[in-house]
Design a protein around this ligand. Sequence first.
Ligand code: RIB
Ligand code: CA
Length: 302
Amino acid sequence: MKRMIIDCDPGHDDAIALILAHRVADVVGITTVSGNAPLSATTENALMLTALLEVDTPVHAGAAGPLVGEPVHAAMVHGESGLGTVDRIPHSRHVASDDAVGYLLDAAAEDIWIVAIGPLTNLAHAIERDPTWTERIAGIAIMGGSAGVGNATPVAEFNIYADPEAAARVFESGVEVVMCGLNLTHQFLTDDGIAERLRAADVPTARFAAQICDDIHGRMESLTGRRTAALHDPCAVLAVTHPDLIETEARAVSVEVDGTLTRGMTVVDQRITRRPNAPNALVGYGIDAEKGMAQVLDALGA
Ligand code: RIB
Ligand code: CA
């Protein structure tokens, strides 16, 4: 099984990604970051998920805000708690440390993947503290950016928009980033039928995931008129554990940090009529959604 550290901001889809990863990979650690909700909430949610999973994966808290500017959250999608009104699971777990960056640096190994599914602040700090870090890990797979539409703005995806300077540092670091952007993740959707299948499974992780789906479908219905949600973050896990399910192309990706209308946009060089810029990422364009969903449902216990 692939070994990985998951850097996350739980987050409904982060929660599904954490459950998936613990079934299909060897998750050696979890680091948390401010994103969908404040750091205190994303960290509490990560601890709660390790209790649900009954695993002893250490949780290290990380950055409470971006490299530049104030924290940005997504309460309209994930609620103030980061997991909407999903039932809380009582637990007595605590963080292993408040130094996610130190943990990322110390835990680096040639067979360890970093799967980053929130803003990239912790990764940028790690690169800043040790520029050789990216040479000491297997690679970085992110849910972030887009080779098409945005969500936080017309052109920017939330994880990048929440900390564009951090994302720029990661894409400029020289490591080849596997990028699962919105153009890919919008092909990987849950609906009420999925929620029903999870409820019918009647095991703790499936029941929890059914609540996650019901909550996010209700929020998305009020935002978009449709009871469906993209399983964004699980795509980044599958990109590492089941790369055959995701079609990628080598592309040059840059992050806009100055644009008035475009700050946080991942500018993907897709030109074919002239020599494009040298690629620094494998950008996801297609997913076998049926096989991917089968992996997710199996991991959730359905
Ligand atoms: O734009 C989607 C991304 O932003 C996902 O990672 C979601 O959890 C939020 O962090
Ligand atoms: Ca996330």
